[in-house]
Design a protein around this ligand. Sequence first.
Ligand SMILES: [Fe+2]
Length: 361
Amino acid sequence: MPSIRLHNSSLLHSRILIADDDPLVRDAVVKILELFGYQVVAVEDGRACLNHVTDDIDTIILDINMPGLNGFDTIKALNERNFDIPVLFLTGAGSMEYAVKAINLGAYDFISKPIEDLDLFDVKIRRAIEKRMFLRREKTYKENLESEVRKKTKELAEKNLLLEKYSHHLEVSSVNTIITLNTALEEKDQYTAGHTKRVTEYSKIIGLAMGLPREDIDVLTRACQLHDIGKLVIDVSCIQKPGPLSDEEWILVKKHPEIGENIIKPLNFLEREGEIVRHHHERLDGRGYPDGLAGDEINLLTKIVTVADSFDAMTSKRSYKINMTKEEAIYELRAHKNTQFDAIVVEAFADILPKRQLHSL
Ligand SMILES: [Fe+2]
């Protein structure tokens, strides 16, 4: 009679599920396993095995020939349910054909019945249980790792979001500071008060009427809010004086687009706006300033600002001339299509203006 060894405590509470339709074999195997110190669940066929299998089972012992669901069909069903529980087949008079089939189906090992070599039986059961423990640890490790990665990814996404918010907030604050300065400058002069606000509104309605994407509308809006920012550093007394400007004064005033671009240049995110600020006094015929750009060298957003800016200049009271009505200003814009202004932009504005209630203006 082979000796029966007690197992180390980690294996002691292992649970083994055995399915065999022969009560004599089943009871004998149960007794041996219980002597080894295992907890055993014994059932009479494959169907009952599937009904009793749970994640806390450590090893399954399957007879091959059973009524209803045989051992092969049972292991197939177990595989489909992804239990990862090692399955040992109980084989009668050693059949090679059965063994190969069982291996192909993922069986972990074989036990010959009747069980005569208890030491070998013990080793096979222990190996199967250890395999199960390894698989459990691996699964837990993988789950923990995945959970940790998910947690870190979430933390990172939250930090990124926060950073984006801070960054956006900083950008908005920077632009607002400049706009506030510009507004303060405008408000000092009754003739220029509200100019930036109106140019912004006109440009936006043209951009929206032309179906520009949201991003372009945003660039257009900021560019309008900043377009005359260069006037901040010019001696405004000449701008505000009654009557036309002298040649010297014109030279000074004409510097404001370049100065404006330089003011906002350190704010890298305003690159597109900077280009518009620089070129908002260019003309289609190349006779504008500061670079004398012509035709499509001037981008569409700049062409829009040019029309809006000129329209407001014509319709606002200036210290040295009477303002035009909106209709007269549109007539004037049309008269300078293709020389000073882009025809498509002018027509888009002429079309949309009468349809809009510009409450804020
Ligand atoms: Fe300007």
